[in-house]
Design a protein around this ligand. Structure first.
Ligand code: ARG
Length: 457
């Protein structure tokens, strides 16, 4: 297919140059946005009298048909074309002749491509947001079912204090809610129309940029034409927000992988979301979680690509910027793919509550509550801490737990103890009493669930 810029050249383009230069293989996915952007541009050109209204009408009608034909498969996108913009304009001119050649009046591919990526990514943000909301819903439901499921909470991967599995899940929910919020923030700054920036210096035609912004659903128009064509902050911001999504999914995956091990056995994944080994018949592997953890690397790489591509580019447009698309599309596709597998995996996993409870019974995770009991009797916390430490050492020596240590031993360490200490260190009570807002107590977790469900309405 011919280039749009043939006039000044005497020779044909080398095949190697076209292969290297062409972006059609990855920008063809923007065909719908490219055509819709052109329809809005042509409509404005007609409305402002920059081109004849009748010609604008024919361009709009034919662009609509081209869109339908690509969607139905009747029209195949030519993979030899330089890019999607060239292909669409070429097809329009093939159908409309002279009139088709008027479409690109007062426009450059530089502002056109800046528009197309924004339109595509706005849609992708909506899709990913829907996916994240799906995960929030699953987490809330699972947390609801497990708001009484006692498990050890960890620091340094050492058993620390009692929590519930519901409370643990709601921690991930809080991260995902922040991710959703961040994506909306990225979208807000992305929602600025660059069209009208021309190649770099705007145009002499009396464009109605606000009209185009209105037609395409943009909140505002870009303030400076140089920045309009060469800003890719929104790609970088999106890649950064998606990197954080992947950090969260990856941390969660790491825990799933541990919880599936015989060492933990806190959860069992559904057969439909696990894989086996070709040699070890007993194996049931958490491959989905491992792949999600691994794929986080791709998305961080995409962010690094975008930052590196942009950091040395003099104003305004440079061809380096064509590298934006593969990186940001890969980040978007990876996150969507991960969510698609991850959410149903969480939804269908079985929680092994008895194993969690057994793990909670070991490791002295009620030691803080034992110290708090002494504080309740008037002892300063630091002294209570020390006395409890001595009790824990005693238990370890005797192979006992705080629950099974006889009262005389308690009293020998501190005479403030009486038999009510056993109630104070009961794990169910330790959790139930943690009603501080944000804590693992049942009402507190219920409030977290209600707030999360409300946030995604
Ligand atoms: N394929 C190009 C890109 O993705 C479109 C813009 C081309 N502009 C130019 N001046 N060559 O960036």
């Amino acid at each position: 297919m011919a280039q749009l810029w043939k006039g000044r050249f005497k020779k044909e383009l080398a095949k190697e140059t076209n292969d290297f230069n062409s972006s059609i293989k990855f920008d063809c996915r923007m065909y719908e946005e490219d055509i819709k952007g052109s329809i809005a541009h042509a409509t404005m050109l007609g409305a402002t009298g920059i081109i004849d209204k009748s010609e604008s009408d024919s361009i709009v009608a034919d662009l609509g048909k081209i869109l339908e034909d690509i969607k139905s498969g009747k029209l195949k996108i030519d993979m030899e074309a330089e890019d999607i913009h060239t292909f669409v304009e070429g097809e329009l001119t093939a159908r409309l002749g002279q009139t088709g050649k008027r479409l690109h009046t007062a426009r450059s591919r530089n502002d056109q491509v800046a528009l197309d990526i924004r339109m595509v990514l706005k849609k992708e943000i909506d899709e990913i947001t829907a996916g994240l909301k799906g995960l929030v819903t699953v987490l809330c439901n699972k947390a609801e079912e497990n708001k009484q499921t006692i498990m050890p909470g960890y620091t340094h991967l050492q058993r620390a204090q009692p929590i519930t599995f519901g409370h643990h899940l709601m921690a991930y929910c809080a991260m995902i809610l922040r991710d959703i919020d961040r994506l909306q923030d990225v979208k807000r700054r992305m929602n600025v129309l660059p069209l009208g920036s021309g190649a770099l210096a705007g145009t002499t035609y009396p464009l109605d940029r606000d009209m185009v912004a209105g037609l395409l659903g943009f909140d505002s128009i870009s303030a400076n034409s140089l920045d309009g064509v060469s800003d890719r902050d929104f790609c970088i911001e999106l890649a950064a927000a998606l990197s954080l999504v992947m950090v969260h999914l990856s941390r969660f995956s790491e825990e799933i992988i541990m919880w599936c091990s015989w060492e933990f056995k806190f959860v069992e994944l559904d057969d439909a979301f696990s894989t086996g080994s070709s040699i070890m018949p007993q194996k049931k592997n958490p491959d989905i979680a491992e792949l999600v953890r691994g794929k986080s690397g791709r998305v961080f790489g995409d962010l690094t690509t975008l930052l590196t591509v942009m950091k040395g580019i003099a104003l305004a447009y440079n061809k380096d910027m064509q590298e934006d698309k593969e990186a940001i599309f890969d980040a978007v596709d990876t996150v969507k793919m991960c969510l698609n597998a991850f959410t149903p995996m969480i939804d269908t996993m079985t929680v092994l509550a008895d194993n969690m409870r057994m793990a909670a019974a070991k490791g002295f995770i009620n030691a803080t509550d034992c110290a708090d009991y002494l504080v309740g009797k008037g002892l300063p916390f630091r002294d209570a801490y020390k006395a409890t430490g001595q009790l824990v050492a005693l238990c370890i020596d005797k192979g006992l737990t705080l629950e099974t240590l006889p009262l005389e031993e308690y009293k020998a360490v501190c005479d403030l103890f009486d038999e009510r200490v056993y109630t104070a260190i009961n794990l169910e009570k330790c959790v139930a009493d943690r009603l501080v807002s944000g804590g693992p107590g049942v009402q507190s977790v219920e409030a977290q669930i209600a707030a999360a469900r409300d946030a995604i309405k």
